[in-house]
Write a protein that binds this ligand. Structure first.
Ligand code: ZN
Ligand code: ZN
Ligand code: FE
Length: 676
């Protein structure tokens, strides 16, 4: 039977709402385009081959609606063949905005200070010569520059680290193909799925066979990715190595460099040679970073491949700007009932990052035709994002809502899972401004999307020297020991303190006893710092979270044992530390670390149990940067679900401060009545 329609109409959806979904993240080159590089006469070895299924998107967009004239492809006139494909509805390249070929599209150039090389094959030969000789090269990627060198040549990596200045973070690497990844790393099914996905993130894998030592600086994990630009595939045809370091092209903590003149100024001096192409990157994005826990991805850095895909939330977010936190910043703008998270901006601790923040806010506001009506920011008064938010609110005469950091962490996860009810919120991280003016970060709360009450927390411990105690984890070890065992403790009975020197310890003692620059912290990150330092894994950190990362990294055993602790009004770890110290004589560091992690998971279970008993709640939300630790995440989630809890963790946004703005936007929406 033929159905009867009263009315039949083709509706054109061109209002601004629908345009939001028009901006796709950037997509790795597809298989068909790769074979075009072998067979299509105008696209033989063409490094910008793309089609409707693949290619750059967000990084080349300057405005909406998305068509070629509003992208950085507008400078390239289509040749007849490309135009025919572009206009043919049956062609794979029908309305593929960045469509291009060897005759009409952008091209690469290689420059080494004395000569400029053109022509793809010549460039690839020059590149492989540099890499094989142990030098590094700055190469323009999809969302910004990379610095590249041979990941099997320790001298090359060492030179790159030296020239990049003080950068000790583990470097991401790109493998030629999956076979090569599996030579060097353990790859589970879930990890493989992410490695080959169209997003092509960096996936943190367990090391099987070591790369050059300095790639991961002694960590037993490797941040691995597979080629995603046609150029990457081409370069492995010429390189003798099957794996290269491919780290963000920036200096220390500054944002990734995307503009050619800036690359000449800052990256060329690092490498002495540079490969660029003549199409502008309009929106900078770093490579995204994920890892797998419980067979599912957790996002550590949400950028290329994810941005600017919105997160759907149930409530109205229109007009809300959430400024994010101070570290690993990402901000968020609300359209209808969606939250559009910015790309990873980074730590707002230098001018360049703050400039990137402002630039991205303007760009995203423009692209999504966003008009702020309400601003949300972290309680911390000194974050650049908080200052930016309050200036904006003042300028536009719109309300500003301050959101507590750990509540925002918990709500970021609740929003993802559509949880609009009371939950048990567990928020563990390093630092966040607490409502009582102390530094929080080992928090148990009863929370909904509008508010929270603090149930209990890790014991407050002084941080001698403030931020210095974060950079020097041995100070936290000293502080914990002094707190629990008193200043007369025989520090020199522990190897850590024998290496520190008496003068420094006397200074610590003085600062603690006189309470000089010793802010109080309940941060779980600080406890991990202290234990890592005690075990001799990291007494001074050379990159962010080094101590806890090394502590997790040494675990290579399975154990369910745990240490004693006291869960009274607050959670005290005196007994834990005493047992760790006595274990240090005769136990392997791997087992001690596992037992310590198990202890933290036990604490989570015990407190969650109390809250369940008292408040009749059984949904537990785990969020905050500490849960990037997949051992802890898996252990806690497992213990909780075995004991009848329903466990929720971040999947779409990072559990670290990169996800804070999602929580802020939802909390602001729930409270917008109050600020009207
Ligand atoms: Zn394609
Ligand atoms: Zn063409
Ligand atoms: Fe945090």
């Amino acid at each position: 039977m033929v159905p009867e329609y009263e009315d039949f109409r083709i509706s054109f959806s061109k209002d601004t709402h629908d345009q939001i979904t028009e901006i796709s993240p950037d997509i790795a080159v597809c298989g068909e385009c790769l074979s075009d590089m072998e067979t299509d006469p105008t696209r033989i070895s063409y490094p910008f081959v793309n089609c409707t299924d693949c290619g750059p998107r967000f990084t080349i967009i300057e405005g909406l609606p998305y068509d070629r004239s509003r992208t950085s492809m507008k400078e390239f006139d289509l040749c007849d063949k490309c135009r025919t494909e572009y206009n043919n509805i049956f062609d794979r390249r029908f309305h593929a905005q960045p469509v291009a070929c060897n005759n009409c599209g952008p091209g690469y150039l290689y420059f080494n200070g004395t000569k400029t090389v053109a022509g793809t094959v010549n460039i690839l030969k020059a590149l492989s010569l540099q890499i094989d000789r142990g030098h590094s090269v700055a190469v323009k990627g999809t969302g910004g520059y990379h610095l590249m060198c041979d990941a099997l040549n320790n001298d090359a990596v060492s030179e790159l680290r030296k020239n990049k200045k003080r950068d000790a973070k583990p470097f991401a690497v790109m493998f030629k193909d999956l076979i090569e990844v599996k030579n060097y790393c353990h790859v589970s099914e879930a990890e493989e799925k992410e490695l080959v996905s169209w997003r092509r993130p960096v996936v943190i894998l367990r090391e099987k066979k070591p790369l050059a030592y300095l790639v991961s600086n002694g960590l037993r994990t490797t941040g691995a990715m597979l080629p995603y630009m046609p150029f990457h595939h081409l370069m492995f045809r010429y390189l003798s190595t099957g794996v290269v370091v491919l780290t963000s092209g920036n200096l220390s903590d500054e944002p990734v460099v995307a503009h050619d003149d800036e690359a000449m100024k800052t990256l060329f001096p690092v490498t002495g040679s540079l490969i660029s192409y003549n199409r502008q990157i309009l929106n900078r994005v770093d490579d995204s970073v994920i890892r797998i826990a419980n067979d599912r991805p957790i996002i550590i850095r949400r950028s290329r491949g994810y941005t600017p895909a919105p997160v759907d939330v149930r409530i109205r977010t229109e007009g809300i700007f959430a400024a994010g936190a101070g570290q690993k910043n990402s901000f968020c703008i609300g359209r209808n009932s969606q939250a559009v998270m910015s790309q990873y901006i980074g730590d707002l601790t230098n001018m360049a990052s703050c400039e990137f923040y402002r630039e991205s806010f303007e760009r995203l506001s423009d692209l999504f035709r966003f008009r702020p009506a309400l601003v949300a920011a972290d309680l911390h008064p000194d974050y650049y994002s908080s200052v930016f938010a309050s200036d904006l609110a003042e300028k536009l005469k719109i309300p500003l809502l301050k959101v507590q950091h750990h509540h925002a962490h918990v709500v970021s996860c609740m929003a993802e899972h559509d949880l609009y009810e009371n939950v048990i919120g567990v928020s563990f991280d390093g630092t966040g401004y607490g409502s009582d003016g102390n530094i929080w970060g080992g928090e148990f709360m009863v929370a909904d999307t509008a508010g929270f009450s603090r149930y209990t927390h890790f014991d407050y411990v002084p941080m001698p020297g403030g931020d210095m105690a974060i950079r020097e984890p041995w100070r936290m070890a000293f502080s914990y020991i002094t707190k629990y065992f008193g200043p007369r403790f025989d520090y020199e009975s522990l190897p850590l303190f024998r290496n520190i020197g008496r003068n420094k310890m006397e200074l610590m003692n003085f600062m603690l006893s006189e309470n000089i620059n010793c802010p109080l912290s309940s941060g779980a990150g600080r406890l991990f710092d202290a234990v890592s330092a005690l075990l001799g894994l990291c007494s001074v950190a050379s990159f962010d979270s080094e101590a806890p990362v090394r502590l997790e990294s040494v675990i290579d055993c399975s154990s369910d044992e745990y240490y004693p602790y006291t869960a009274g009004k607050t959670i005290e770890f005196g007994e834990t530390l005493r047992s760790i110290i006595s274990d240090m004589d005769h136990q392997d560091v791997s087992l001690i670390s596992a037992k310590f992690h198990n202890t933290v998971a036990r604490v989570i279970l015990e407190v969650a149990d109390k809250i369940r008993y008292e408040k009749d709640l059984s949904k537990v939300v785990l969020s905050g940067g500490v849960f990037q630790n997949s051992y802890l995440l898996e252990k806690s989630a497992c213990l909780l679900s075995d004991n009848g809890f329903e466990v929720f963790t971040n999947r779409m946004v990072p559990c670290n401060d990169g996800g804070i703005s999602l929580g802020q936007i939802v909390i602001a929406s729930e409270n917008s009545g109050l600020c009207a």
